[in-house]
Design a protein around this ligand. Structure first.
Ligand SMILES: *Cc1c(COP(=O)(O)O)cnc(C)c1O
Length: 378
C-alpha cells in the first residue's frame, strides 16, 4: 500500500462541463461557466463581488494594485506562509514586515502586531492556516484604529467560518486558491473577493487588462477602451467549467474531508499525553474545513525521524512552510527580530495524508504507524 499525501478529487462531471464549454465556442474568460461560478460563490458564501482568477497569487497581485501599494509602504505578513502571501506586495515595491505565529497556532498572532505598525503600514495580510480562522475581531479593531486594510489570504479557507460568517468576507479584499492541492480545485485557479465597495469598479478593470470590457459586456457602455492599468488576471472558461463541477459537489468533498480530519483527531489524541505531541487547535470561534491535518512534534529531529519512518512504510507525510523572514531571498532584508513560534512550526509540524479517496484501511495504517513510531521512539 502506497499512501500519497494528496490526491486530487474528481466529481466525474469535469470533462462533460469542459466539453460543453468547448462546444459552446466561448473559451476566453468571463463566459458562461465563469458566471455560474461567480453566482455560486455569491449565493453560497455571500461573496457579493467575486472574480475568478488564474491563481490565488494573481488575486493577491490584483489586491496589491487595488490598494495602490507602492515604494515606501509597509505590509505586515506572517512568516509562516507560502511566498505568494508576500510576493505580490514586493512586486509593487513595498517593504514586508514579517510577523510571528501564535504560540499554540500557526496563524499570525494579533497580540504582537501593534508594535509592528508604523505610519507607513498600508495593509496586514492574514493567512487562515489549515482553513482555521485568524482572530478576526482583534484584527478588524487594529485595522480600524490605525486605518489599515485587512487582506485575507484565504487560499486554504474555502467553506470555513469565523463565528457566523464565512472567511473571505472580513477583509477589504480576500483571495482563494483552486490549486490541485486545495479542497476545491481546477488545476491552477483562484478567486478575488472584494468586500470594500470602493474597490469594486476598479477590480473589474484591472481583471480585464485595464479596459472597461466587463461593463461593455453588460451593455452599460457602447464601446470599451483602455481606462487604467491592468493585466490578464481572468481565467479561461475551460477552467471555470472544471471548477463548477467541483463546486456542485462541495458538500460531498467537505463532508468526507472533515470526517477524515475528525478521525485523525479522535484517534491521535492520546499522543498528547503519551508523547507530548500537539494536535491542531480549533478555537471556539472557528470551524475546520478538513484542509490539513497536522501534528506538532517536540523537535525538528523527531519530526524528521517520523517523516522518514512513515516513508519506509510508503506513507507520505510532509512538513510545511519554511519561514520567509530567514529565507535566502529575504534574510538580508529582515530586521533581525526572532520569530520563535513561526520557526517552531516550520521545524516541528508534519502534515498527514488527507484526501477524499483515502480509505478507512489506509487511514488506519497511518494512525497505527504513528503510534508504532511514538511507542518505540519517545
Ligand atoms: C496555495 C496557497 C497560495 C497560492 O495559491 P495559488 O493558487 O497556487 O497561487 C497562497 N497562499 C497560501 C496560504 C496557500 O496555501
Amino acid at each position: 500500500m502506497n499512501i500519497r499525501y494528496n490526491k486530487p478529487y474528481l466529481s466525474g462531471q469535469e470533462i462533460k462541463y469542459i466539453s460543453e464549454a468547448v462546444l459552446e465556442g466561448r473559451l476566453s474568460g468571463n463566459q458562461t461557466f465563469t458566471k455560474k461560478c461567480h453566482a455560486f460563490f455569491a449565493q453560497r458564501f455571500g461573496f457579493s463581488h467575486n472574480l475568478l482568477t488564474t491563481s490565488c497569487t494573481d488575486a493577491l497581485e490584483m489586491i496589491a494594485i487595488l490598494l495602490d501599494i507602492k515604494e515606501g509602504d509597509e505590509v505586515i505578513v506572517p512568516s509562516f506562509t507560502f511566498v505568494s502571501t508576500a510576493n505580490p506586495f514586493i512586486l509593487r515595491g513595498a517593504s514586508i514586515v514579517f510577523a510571528d505565529s501564535c504560540p499554540n497556532h500557526p496563524n499570525i498572532d494579533p497580540d504582537n502586531i501593534e508594535s509592528l505598525i508604523t505610519p507607513r503600514t498600508k495593509a496586514i495580510v492574514l493567512v487562515h492556516y489549515a482553513g482555521v480562522a485568524c482572530q478576526m475581531e482583534k484584527f478588524m479593531k487594529i485595522a480600524s484604529t490605525h486605518n489599515i486594510a485587512i487582506v485575507e489570504d484565504a487560499a486554504q479557507a474555502i467553506d470555513s467560518k469565523y463565528k457566523d460568517s464565512y472567511l473571505g468576507t472580513f477583509g477589504a479584499m480576500s483571495a482563494f486558491s483552486f490549486h490541485e492541492t486545495k479542497n476545491i480545485i481546477c488545476g491552477e485557479g483562484g478567486l478575488l473577493v472584494v468586500n470594500d465597495e470602493n474597490y469594486i469598479r476598479r477590480s473589474e478593470i484591472i481583471w480585464e487588462k485595464g479596459t472597461n470590457r466587463a461593463a461593455f459586456y453588460r451593455g452599460e457602455i457602447n464601446k470599451y477602451g483602455w481606462v487604467d492599468v491592468g493585466s490578464s488576471f481572468l481565467s479561461s472558461d475551460i477552467l471555470a467549467a472544471f471548477l463548477f463541477a467541483q463546486l456542485e459537489n462541495i458538500d460531498v468533498i467537505q463532508q468526507k474531508r472533515i470526517a477524515i480530519w475528525q478521525r485523525y483527531y479522535d484517534a491521535l489524541q492520546p499522543l498528547e499525553t503519551i508523547a507530548g505531541i500537539e494536535l491542531p487547535v480549533v478555537p471556539s470561534y472557528a470551524t475546520k474545513n478538513g484542509h490539513i491535518f497536522y501534528l506538532v512534534c517536540k523537535s525538528e529531529k523527531q519530526r524528521n525521524r517520523l517523516i522518514t519512518y512513515l516513508k519506509e512504510k510508503s506513507i507520505h507525510a510532509v512538513f510545511h512552510y519554511l519561514t520567509l523572514h530567514d529565507s535566502p531571498y529575504f534574510k538580508d532584508k529582515h530586521d533581525g527580530r526572532p520569530l520563535p513560534h513561526a520557526e517552531r512550526f516550520s521545524q516541528c509540524l508534519v502534515r498527514l495524508p488527507l484526501y477524499v479517496e483515502l480509505t478507512p484501511q489506509e487511514q488506519q495504517l497511518v494512525i497505527d504507524s504513528i503510534f508504532d513510531f511514538f511507542n518505540s521512539n519517545k
